[in-house]
Design a protein around this ligand. Structure first.
Ligand code: HC0
Ligand code: SF4
Length: 574
């Protein structure tokens, strides 16, 4: 324990705590632009400078540990002036086009410029002339807006282990871009969008497709059918000022109807369906033979990663499509048939916490199994929030409504897909039943919950141990993949039967398209929202979802049937 004073306020912190975090504990906010709770201090912006009483040295609060009896001054007229000058210098290389920027109202630089009352530009303005990179289906890179804070590079390299982005050039000409100035689409980018979620300004952002949604709704020839991902119900609330973790499912359904859509569906139904297919696939591999361990396949950034970096393990990736793609395929076949809709006129939209889902919808591999593009459009949570606001919907006061069945019914297992470990927990609830014929007494599998990077456990299937692992944050997956690869090279099976991988830290609740500002505190609250929703559900296992049972009876026959394979399974690119 270390005792320090922040502007005279005594605080106690653990040894090694930075001055920045000690100040937070004292209720003092030190301005920063490059610092982010998820990342190692980088010290590039210089805004967090503070003074130590009795010492003329200026310290960077983000990177300096608080030492015993330190007395720190975080704010005084001189520090104010230095910070203001730093901001003015940053603004001299940043366009003032806030009104037309996607981050307008949500930009960390804009907020600081407002707080410091910057009214004029004392320095010559020098803007980058590098063009925007719009090559990716998921994200846009705008070098002109880049303030060179380095967050995106750290996210891409350290948090995700992808190395698509790096610092290029020196001095004034420095920018963040793929190596060799490749276009994003030609780089190793897996489109997870974590760079966009961590960018403090509008230099990297989701591809905005709100206009396509509005056009579809206005087109009398189109029947717009919308599904919402598990994490939307817990993420959107923050865009409307509600506390993190607030679940707003019923209001979201109501908002969609006000937006003029023709049917309201839920990806959670698809999550239940995925469990039926993926769980049966696991049981098939365990009992009839097949590559083990089996990996989950619902995260498109993870699929992209394994295709690019570990193609030799692709036979271990479940062939089940993601819930989003399953819902799209079911909507344009089963639902169309049942509700007398013309699939050619159906326009299927998915509201997702994820930028990679935009790319997944356009993948060639069997994503047109209905005969049409199964999912026509993907909007992120942030786009959806803008759309609701722009339509004048008073979201907070909407009466809750229900989704349209059958693709609106779901179990609690479907809901928890959005948090790391959720797919595994949902799969175990059902696989246990398939293998033993019994129901789990306690469906809550605590060992796979929480933010530990690699979670391992063994589940007892009536005497048969099933070894599972859960990984989130792509930089941690290599450790597990290397273990699996090494075992295979020796002709053995790595010590797991089933492995869940989610590219984003915390899972989809903190996806690249969710409201800004995710930290572990927020991730825990969002996950808690999903787990409490599950707890309140009457049906908690995918195989108990009546609409899923009906879908098999009326249409698919059984999991892994010929029709299921055609509509609900896919292949991968080596
Ligand atoms: Fe996810 Fe999904 S849980 S990937 O993390 O599996 O995006 O929320 O919609 O498809 O269900 C994202 C979230 C989904 C899918 C589901 C899965
Ligand atoms: Fe998208 Fe979820 Fe994967 Fe992140 S973890 S890339 S939000 S599917």
């Amino acid at each position: 324990i270390v005792h320090v004073k922040i502007n005279g306020i005594p605080v106690e912190v653990e040894a090694g705590t930075t001055i920045l975090l000690a100040a937070r504990k004292a209720g003092v906010t030190i301005p920063t632009l490059c610092y982010h709770d998820d990342l190692k201090p980088f010290g590039s912006c210089g805004l967090c400078i503070v003074k130590q009483e009795g010492n003329a040295k200026i310290l960077r609060a983000c990177a300096t540990p608080a030492a015993e009896h330190m007395s720190i001054i975080t704010h005084d007229p001189e520090l104010y002036q230095v910070r203001k000058t730093i901001l003015e210098m940053i603004l001299s290389t940043h366009p003032s086009s806030c009104l037309t920027c996607i981050r307008n109202g949500e930009c960390e630089l804009q907020t600081l410029a407002a707080e410091f009352g910057i009214r004029e530009q004392p320095f010559d303005v020098r803007l980058s002339d590098r063009p925007k990179d719009t090559s990716s289906a998921s994200i846009v890179l705008d070098p002109e807006k880049c303030i060179k804070c380095g967050r995106c590079v750290q996210v891409c390299q350290d948090l995700q282990g992808v190395f698509a982005l790096e610092f290029i050039g020196r001095g004034d000409g420095t920018c963040m871009a793929p190596a060799a100035m490749l276009q994003l689409e030609d780089s190793p980018c897996v489109r997870c969008g974590q760079c966009a979620a961590h960018c403090p300004v509008g230099a990297i952002y989701e591809k905005d497709e709100v206009a396509a949604f509005q056009e579809a709704v206005a087109d009398p020839e189109k029947q717009v059918v919308v599904q919402i991902a598990p994490s939307i119900r817990v993420g959107l609330s923050e865009s409307f000022g509600l506390p993190a973790g607030t679940v707003t499912t019923g209001k979201i359904y109501a908002a969609l109807r006000r937006l003029g859509v023709d049917a309201v569906h839920d990806t959670n139904f698809g999550a239940d369906l995925t469990i039926m297919e993926e769980g049966s696939e696991l049981v098939h591999r365990l009992t009839k033979g097949g590559a083990l361990p089996q990996f989950t396949s619902c995260c498109p950034a993870w699929v992209d990663y394994v295709e690019k970096y570990y193609p030799d393990l692709l036979d271990m990736v479940s062939s089940a499509k993601s819930p989003m793609q399953m819902v799209g395929a079911v909507e344009k076949t089963y639902t169309a048939e049942k509700q007398n809709m013309d699939p050619a006129k159906m326009y299927t939209v998915a509201i997702m916490p994820c930028t990679a889902k935009k790319y997944e919808a356009y993948r060639d591999e069997s994503m047109r199994s209905s005969g049409y593009q199964d999912v026509d459009l993907v909007l992120t949570t942030r786009e959806f929030a803008r759309l609701i606001k722009a339509t004048g919907i008073d979201f907070l006061h909407l009466e809750e409504e229900a989704a349209d069945n059958p693709v609106g019914e779901y179990s609690g297992a479907g809901t928890i897909f959005g948090a790391t470990g959720g797919v595994m927990e949902a799969a175990v609830r059902t696989a246990y039943h398939v293998v033993t014929g019994k129901e789990l007494e306690n469906v809550e599998i605590e060992s796979v919950r929480g933010l530990d990077e690699i979670k391992k456990g063994t589940v007892d299937f009536d005497g048969t141990p099933v070894r599972v692992a859960v990984v989130h944050g792509l930089s941690h997956v290599a450790e597990v993949l290397d273990e699996v690869r090494a075992a295979r090279a020796e002709g053995k099976q790595a010590p797991y039967e089933f492995i869940e991988v989610m590219a984003c830290r915390g899972g989809c609740i903190a996806g690249g398209g969710q409201p800004y500002g995710a930290t572990d505190v927020l991730r825990t609250k969002r996950a808690a929202g999903l787990y409490s929703d599950d707890k309140q559900s009457k049906v908690r296992c995918s195989h108990q979802n009546e609409s899923i049972k009906q879908l098999y009876e009326e249409f698919l026959d059984k999991p892994l049937s010929k029709k299921s394979h055609h509509l609900l399974h896919t292949t991968y690119q080596e």
